[in-house]
Design a protein around this ligand. Structure first.
Ligand code: CTP
Length: 404
């Protein structure tokens, strides 16, 4: 049973240069009421020393199984944990965990833990892409561990690529969701989520846009990751950090968003279109800034953008997408939301349509959302006003039911 007042977290730290970032992760846990035992590997202590971990966690710290042997720590620490998170996880620790090798306190803890386990790998791109690491990651995921894809960016030294430890705040967010105890029923599934609002350029400095903050789409991505999915997040113009473990594709216009979604959808089990896509764009984009002229400005002529959700439905019908791909749309309605929603579900040919009422202080930019989910052939599911995360979980419950 999780002690909800003070969940017990084991923070495993292996020997990567990103070990220093785990200090921030540790603080995020302790400052939000978690009881954290830090278990570094021997080599990790060359990057950040024992006094730092002990002072920040308030617990003794060792890499060895030979200390306090009367308390049998190599078994007890894992047994008592509500969550084990290894950050950074090196290729070496992933290999040991995948093969059950237990030569120190951390790897023993990984063998005895029966709680959720999250690995946040960080290493050079070559190591991450090596067939040995790929196989070890696949094994760990199959066994139900959440193994986050590393972020892309500057690595140790001059090189850049996939291999960076995700932002500690995002690892923390993901761990919080995993600790909430939802099933990891999207393990082995690839989902695509679009988020944010598209911008259609008028000239190099101006655009037609909308108020979407991307919060609902990002909540969908984070909750899917916590439920074990591989996530591609196509994000249009949002001021939010990359969720830990997601492949994030940043786009601006509806046409860019379409290209990214259609490409990712080919290998997806589910596509959730949470983005607010502009229906129209200016017929012409001026190459230089539109100047204030004497007299009235020219009217802006608009042309239609592609309807991506309708295209996904169409591609599935015509066999360009597998018949089993689950397609989910969102509908923002200001009035008569049920009738408009039903008509839209039919028109777009999707499986589920999450209809929410928008207007002043409703849905856009707020942490809360309320909705009703309509499905082809099913009864509507009411989602009361609550965190966008809760709404996201209901969507994944319905998606997971369709996938099984
Ligand atoms: N959508 C899309 N492509 C567009 C417009 C919308 O894929 N060009 C998707 C949105 O991501 C959302 C759903 O369609 O999942 C419904 O969006 P909404 O704006 O409510 O519907 P519209 O088709 O634009 O209908 P209307 O604005 O007339 O209500």
């Amino acid at each position: 049973m999780i002690d909800e007042a003070r969940p017990g977290v084991v923070l495993g730290v292996s020997a990567g240069i990103a070990a220093y970032k785990a200090c921030e992760l540790l603080r995020l846990f302790t400052e939000s009421g978690h009881d954290v035992r830090v278990v570094p590997t021997r080599e990790a202590l060359r990057f950040v020393g024992e006094p730092t971990w002990a002072a920040l966690s308030g617990h003794p710290v060792t890499a060895e199984v030979w200390e306090d042997v009367h308390e049998v720590p190599h078994v007890r620490i894992g047994q008592e944990a509500d969550l084990v998170v290894v950050a950074p996880a090196t290729a070496d620790v992933l290999a040991k965990a995948a093969h059950g090798i237990a030569g120190d306190l951390l790897t023993n803890t990984l063998l005895t833990a029966r709680c959720p386990v999250v690995f946040a790998p960080a290493m050079h791109t070559e190591m991450w892409e090596h067939p040995a690491t790929r196989a070890n990651v696949a094994t760990l995921r199959e066994r139900g561990a959440v193994v986050l894809d590393p972020a892309v960016g500057r690595l140790t030294g001059a090189d850049t690529g996939r291999g960076r430890l995700p932002d500690p705040r995002e690892i923390f967010e993901l761990c919080r969701l995993v600790l909430a105890g939802r099933p990891r029923d999207l393990t082995g599934r690839h989902v695509v989520v679009s988020a944010g609002g598209t911008r259609e350029a008028l000239d190099p400095v101006r655009f037609l846009g909308n108020r979407s903050s991307g919060l609902q789409g990002f909540a969908l991505a984070r909750t899917a990751l916590a439920r074990g999915a591989e996530v591609t997040l196509v994000a249009a113009n949002v001021a939010l950090g990359d969720p830990a473990g997601a492949k994030v594709v940043r786009v601006e216009s509806a046409r860019e968003l379409r290209a990214a979604v259609i490409e990712a959808a080919a290998a997806a089990d589910a596509v959730v279109m949470a983005a607010a896509v502009a229906d129209f764009r200016p017929a012409e984009r001026q190459d230089s800034k539109i100047k204030k002229t004497a007299g009235e400005p020219d009217p802006i002529r608009l042309v239609k953008n592609p309807d991506i959700l309708a295209e996904l439905g169409e591609r599935r019908r015509s066999g360009q997408l597998p018949a089993g791909t689950v397609v989910v749309g969102f509908a923002a309605e200001t009035d008569d939301i049920l009738r408009n929603g039903r008509a839209k579900l039919e028109r777009k040919g999707c499986d589920l349509l999450v209809v929410n009422q928008v207007g002043e202080n409703l849905a856009f930019g707020t942490p809360d959302n309320a909705a009703v989910v309509l499905s082809a052939g099913g009864a509507p599911v009411e989602i009361p006003r609550g965190p966008k995360e809760d709404l996201a979980h209901v969507v994944w419950d319905l998606v997971a039911a369709r996938l099984s």
